[in-house]
Design a protein around this ligand. Structure first.
Ligand code: SF4
Length: 364
């Protein structure tokens, strides 16, 4: 993937001196570090035609106020998988044309990293200790990419050793990068899944700007597996275009040939989703994208998706190719209704706890 080089780093008072600050200083000796007050630094005061894109080139280091750990909000009416998220950063240095953060962070697009990692670990420790009988799945990739900033901030080296010692959690690090060096010297002790969002190279070239290539993602996955990490793959968003099926079939075959599929924790599938507001942003920021040309319908959760019969047909094809390569790997749908689950798998989990428990069992 492309190296990240911010134009400046704004450091909020109280964030100097910590481990993330020291790592950034080491990584970017040439970049100006500017002291900034919280409100000034937070404001999306970047007056240009592409304020969201510009925000990705200015890094803000700030303390996180409030709780780091949150239950994944899921989506109304869709089967949820009972997942928790840790927001250690906000926004992402890469720039996929379909990224929902363009809408979700529209009012607050600053590329932000939180400096108080010690508070994050304390909070996680407290939660995991208070609920020893509950098995948690926690991810860090909800409002940022889990690994793209890691070579510069060294976040994983701080948190993976903590999670590796816990008995009731799986930490998922979700990425489209190949930034895994910081993971390779830490023993995850079976407690960490590194997962990749995967798409054919054609989609990566057209719509996943600044991300690692398909081959780079596979090479990184192989290195993580060799270092003891479990793997996950997310076919999300699956994009429909002429001959999409040949490209996706080829990609599925390459993935399952590249890694030991018996040590894949889970695979998910989800088709392209957006909203009317996100479509407007995409048209403005990525006028050349072809993702807006297919027909989509508005679903009850406010998201636009391909027609249900088309989605079901796409999922069934994908599932068939996955099953050819690995009859037993755990596959689930992301943000889909029970009706779609039933048509694809012949069943739907009866509640979010059931799906969460199934995932914990296969990965545990
Ligand atoms: S890698 Fe993920 S978070 Fe980053 S721009 Fe792409 S979709 Fe958004």
């Amino acid at each position: 993937m492309k190296d990240f080089q911010p134009q400046e780093i704004v450091v909020e008072s109280g964030s100097e001196g910590g481990v993330i600050y020291r790592n950034l200083k080491r990584a970017f000796p040439q970049v100006p570090f500017i002291a900034g007050e919280r409100l000034q630094a937070d404001a999306s005061s970047i007056a240009s035609l592409d304020g969201f894109g510009d925000a990705k080139r200015r890094l803000l280091l700030a303390r996180h106020r409030g709780e780091f750990l949150k239950k994944c909000p899921g989506s109304d009416g869709q089967v949820c998988c009972n997942y928790f998220v840790i927001n250690f950063a906000s926004n992402c240095p890469m720039d996929c044309s379909y990224c929902y953060l363009q809408e979700y962070l529209a009012e607050n697009p600053a590329l932000k990293v939180f400096s108080n990692v010690d508070d994050l670990i304390r909070e996680a420790d407290d939660l995991l200790t208070r609920h020893r009988k509950f098995f948690f799945r926690i991810g860090t990739g909800e409002i940022t990419d889990s690994l793209a900033l890691d070579p510069y901030i060294g976040f994983c080296a701080e948190v993976v050793p903590f999670f590796a010692e816990q008995s009731n959690v799986l930490l998922e690090l979700k990425t489209k990068s190949d930034c895994v060096d910081g993971l390779l010297t830490v023993d995850p002790k079976g407690r960490v899944v590194v997962s990749w969002s995967m798409n054919p190279q054609k989609v990566i070239d057209a719509d996943e700007h600044g991300t690692a290539s398909l081959e780079e993602r596979l090479a990184a996955a192989r290195r993580c597996q060799a270092a003891g990490y479990k793997l996950g793959f997310h076919f999300d968003p699956i994009v429909e275009y002429p001959c999409w099926d040949a490209d996706y079939r080829d990609m599925v075959g390459r993935i399952f040939a590249a890694v030991d599929y018996r040590r894949i924790a889970w695979v998910s599938m989800g088709v392209l989703r957006n909203t009317p507001a996100l479509k407007r942003t995409m048209r403005g920021r990525f006028p050349e994208t072809t993702l807006l040309s297919g027909e989509q319908i508005l679903c009850p959760d406010g998201k636009m998706r391909y027609f249900q019969p088309l989605r079901v047909a796409m999922y069934r094809k994908m599932l068939g190719w996955i099953r050819e390569a690995s009859p037993t790997v755990f596959v689930y749908l992301c943000m889909e209704s029970k009706e779609v689950w039933e048509q694809v798998f012949g069943f739907a989990p009866s509640c979010e706890k059931e799906l969460g428990a199934r995932m914990a069992a296969v990965a545990g």
